[in-house]
Design a protein around this ligand. Sequence first.
Ligand SMILES: [Zn+2]
Length: 155
Amino acid sequence: MFWAAAKEGRLVVEGCSSCGAESFPPRGMCRSCRGRTMVPVEITSHGHVYSLTVNYQRWLPDLEVPYAIVLVEFRDHPGVRVVGRLRGCPPEEAAIGMTVDIGFEPGPGDYAIPSFVALLARGDDPPRPPREGIARGDDPPRPPREGMAGGPDGI
Ligand SMILES: [Zn+2]
């Protein structure tokens, strides 16, 4: 259930159909009432960093170090905490309480593993101007390249 949803970029946790408690990772049993009727609950809201650690160890050859591993909680989903790599900001800027968006990235094998994208830095940073893609056209026009003039086969 979890991995199938993850492949589609959805974060799904377990909700208890008896008492409503939600838990992650899925274990097939409610942690509060021990009911066994669990239904998938998709998390669509932003999360907040509950705790974090910065990893300097290169576990995987493709993974740039250092990077921050965050434990994220969700306001609308008490009891659910999901761990994943933090992207979108330098690891030293990762902070408790920062807002993160849910993202996934390719993991070992064919799996997508949860990771998080930083939305806001520590709060009092000035908002960054939106990136306008091509609007950076203020470069002065380049002088013509001199090496090209007067080539051997000029007309
Ligand atoms: Zn329950």
